[in-house]
Design a protein around this ligand. Structure first.
Ligand code: ADP
Length: 399
């Protein structure tokens, strides 16, 4: 077979992230490849040790729905049990399979196992009867077996993807319920504390006010944590809607800079923004990218001492933009560098008054950048400062 046709076929099989598409494409390409009358792809139910047809060609609907083959029984059961490809030139004269009820409607057939990681069985592919005259030969069997190796890994990947999606959805459902339940009582606590701080019920002394403020900060932090937890769960489950528009990223960078300039000034940290003086129009979600920028810039300010400096540099690199947020603050130790994008991670060694975050800002930023098909990373030296960088392709449709 022509190498290009072969490569296209493999690429096509691998192009589906979801199982249904993956099975359908595999079936289409296999029937094309071998020119067969009938074909079926069966998957194994591990618990019952039973194969059932997931996708087929040339078979009646009731056969597709009702066929259940136990491992060890019949042709596909033999292949599943022995984990070996099988070529039968004429099933009616093959002694191994003569006991089947109702007999066989096929003559020549191929059946190959779908295996991953050596011998983990996912299922079986069967093809029956060539459309042209003649019977299957060793060459056909080898070709089908080669395709099956690619089909197996594509199915395995799709199953794992769906499993990850399912567990993210379960997590999201749980987090949604819990956050809803937590938010209402916390809102009442906040309201009551606001009344006390506004001295509506009566005067309070300075010490009482200080304690109330500490309590209030923690209520607010908890509310922030709940919102962020909900957001990261949505991002992970693919349920946070991205509103991508074609727009100027410099406007978004300038807006984030101006918002945080007030905090930087208040702390005595110098905040600079350097970017092209022409528009950099590209496809992205302005709210989400603002969120990434605000997180990186506010972290940089938070972890930089008075008189320190934070530089934001946005560069147009042709097909993509690169943004760097560079500070000369606390820095991050080498052993912590690969953990800062983990959920709930916070470097406790660097203690600072009022710097209690949620540990979810960077994981959220990472999800957002990756959903834009970009990359985010950090370089840092303890005591010298940090540089957080991310890239975004300008046209997400071409990557
Ligand atoms: P949060 O800031 O809410 O704790 P993040 O996910 O934004 O959560 O950051 C995680 C941790 O990474 C921070 O707690 C801090 O230890 C470290 N970190 C982030 N940005 C910087 C920075 N610019 N300089 C030093 N440490 C940083």
């Amino acid at each position: 077979m022509d190498i290009k046709v072969w490569n296209d076929m493999i690429k096509d099989i691998n192009s589906n992230v979801e199982l249904e598409g993956c099975l359908k494409t595999s079936m289409e390409r296999i029937t094309e490849l071998l020119d067969v009358e009938k074909a079926s792809l069966m998957l194994l139910d591990k618990e019952n040790q039973e194969l059932s047809i997931k996708v087929a060609r040339g078979l009646a609907d009731d056969i597709i729905e009702n066929t259940k083959t136990r491992v060890g029984e019949g042709v596909s059961g033999w292949v599943a049990k022995n984990r070996k490809p099988l070529l039968v030139k004429d099933i009616r004269s093959d002694k191994r399979f003569e006991k089947r009820e109702g007999g066989y409607h096929n003559n020549s057939l191929l059946s190959v196992p779908l295996l991953v990681a050596g011998d983990e069985l996912l299922g079986v592919i069967n093809v029956n009867n060539k459309t042209t005259r003649g019977v299957f030969g060793k060459k056909d069997l080898d070709a089908l077996n080669d395709v099956a190796a690619h089909v197996s890994s594509a199915i395995d990947r799709a199953m794992k993807y769906e499993e990850a999606r399912r567990s993210s959805q379960i997590k999201l459902d749980f987090v949604s319920t819990v956050s809803h339940e937590l938010r209402s009582p916390l809102a009442s606590v906040k309201e009551a504390m606001n009344l006390l701080l506004d001295k509506i019920p009566g005067k309070i002394n300075a010490e009482q006010e200080r304690f109330l403020e500490i309590a209030m900060n923690n209520v607010e932090r908890t509310l922030r944590l709940i919102n962020e937890l909900l957001d990261i769960s949505k991002l992970e489950a693919g349920k946070l809607d991205m509103k991508r528009n074609f727009q100027d990223i410099c406007i978004v960078a300038k807006h984030s800079y101006e918002t945080l300039k007030i905090d930087a000034d208040a702390k005595g940290v110098k905040l600079n923004l350097k970017m092209p003086d022409v528009n950099v129009n590209m496809w992205f979600d302005a709210d989400q990218i603002t969120r990434v920028l605000v997180n990186l810039i506010s972290n940089a300010i938070k972890f930089t001492e008075e008189n320190g400096m934070v530089n934001i540099i946005l560069e147009d690199l042709g097909g993509f933009v690169q943004v760097r947020v560079i500070d000369n603050g606390a820095g991050i130790a080498e052993e912590d560098l690969d953990k800062v994008f983990d959920k709930f991670y916070s470097v406790t060694k660097v203690k600072r008054a009022g710097v209690k975050g949620t540990g979810l800002g960077l994981p959220i930023a990472k999800e957002i950048v990756e959903l834009h098909r970009g990359r985010i990373w950090v370089d840092s030296q303890l005591g010298r400062g940090s540089r957080f960088s991310f890239t975004l392709p300008k046209d997400i449709r071409t990557v």
